[in-house]
Write a protein that binds this ligand. Structure first.
Ligand code: PEP
Ligand code: MN
Length: 343
């Protein structure tokens, strides 16, 4: 439920309500707005508790939360959240671009790609060290060596690093090297993993499951936030439909839907969303037009030699074009990408 405090209720009155909520066994989440303070309370809603709280000085009303996602929802957190990754803010005016190869294949490959994406204005470097592959015979990633290479690329370029975590036991290891932990589509409902990444304070990029509804996705975010970590960014990466002309069906309507139901930032991954490099730029443009807070783009210097996802990887030249074109679009809708201005 939500306890809505009266307009300009004093700090003492707010404190008294939070103390009482704790006594009654509720978990409190305070949201201090310009107009008024509201307190999200999660716990057992006995009618007598609601009456007692409603009678407290400074309380305007008690409102039930209707959606099953409470911490991820907008009902008691109406302002959009911003998530910081290194010095990069996701969910602000700037559209954040995460770019890099699907997988870290070698030090040379990653550093070469990292320099290219940095040069073209990417904000965050991506690259998988633990790869959740459909086939056990496919390249599975360089694991800790891959993490070391990512850290070396961060040292050289200054770009923060996002990388996938697949095993709940590896949170500490991956968090030592990465600036943001990615939970991949295949693990969106790995509740043990969600709880574990929720126990650390690193920002989490939560990709949408292959067949997950928006509500299931937000409930997955709820697992992370309710475990103690509210630094969650969502990533739409396409869902499974009957269409086979593209790898997945990129559900861009999820962007306004998430914005409606949740305060969490949302980015879009048109690389996995389409599976074809030619479709990546048009869908990146569409994602920005739909209101996405960022993009995740796979880039490889030689896609024809990539150990995974070469067909959907942009060359540095194509990535440069994507950055230039999306910049114009971002300006047109009152946002920006990078510091370059359009001439
Ligand atoms: C990835 O980002 O490399 C990846 C495996 O993505 P997804 O989990 O969306 O398939
Ligand atoms: Mn990939």
């Amino acid at each position: 439920m939500i306890v809505v405090m009266e307009h300009k209720a004093s700090q003492e009155l707010v404190d008294a309500v939070t103390v009482r909520l704790k006594q009654l066994g509720f978990d409190n989440h305070l949201s201090v707005g310009v107009e008024r303070t509201i307190i999200g309370a999660i716990g057992e809603k006995r009618p007598e508790y609601i009456e007692q709280l409603a009678a407290m000085p400074g309380v305007e009303k008690i409102v039930p939360i209707l959606k099953p996602f409470k911490l991820a929802g907008r009902e008691f957190h109406s302002e959009p959240s911003q998530v910081r990754v290194g010095d990069v803010i996701i969910g602000g005016e700037e559209i954040v671009v995460m770019a890099g190869p699907c997988a870290v294949e070698s030090e040379e490959q990653l550093l070469e790609t990292a320099r290219e994406v940095k040069k073209n204005g990417a904000h965050i470097l991506r690259g998988g060290a633990f790869k959740p592959r459909t086939s056990p015979y496919s390249f599975q990633g360089l694991e800790e060596d891959g993490l070391r290479i990512l850290a070396a690329a961060r040292r050289e370029t200054g770009l923060p690093v996002v990388t996938e975590i697949v095993n709940p036991r590896d949170v500490e290891l991956v968090a030592q090297y990465a600036d943001m932990l990615q939970v991949g589509a295949r693990n969106m409902q790995n509740f043990t993993l969600l709880r574990e990444v929720g126990k650390c304070q690193k920002p989490v990029l939560l990709k949408r499951g292959l067949a997950a509804t928006v509500e299931e996705w937000l409930m997955a975010a709820e697992y992370i936030i309710s475990s103690g970590n509210d630094n969650v960014v969502l990533c739409e990466r396409g869902i499974r439909t009957y269409e086979t002309g593209t790898r997945n069906t990129l559900d861009l309507s999820a962007v306004p839907a998430i914005k409606h139901y949740s305060h969490l930032p949302i980015i879009v991954d048109p690389s996995h969303g389409t599976g074809r490099w030619r479709y990546v730029l048009p869908m990146a443009r569409a994602a920005i037009a739909a209101g996405a807070d960022g993009l995740m783009i796979e880039v490889h210097c030689r896609p024809e030699e990539a150990l995974s996802d070469g067909a959907q990887s942009l060359t540095p030249m194509n990535f440069q074009q994507l950055m230039e074109e999306t910049k114009v679009l971002a300006q047109a809708i009152g946002r920006k990408i990078g510091s370059l201005t359009v001439v």
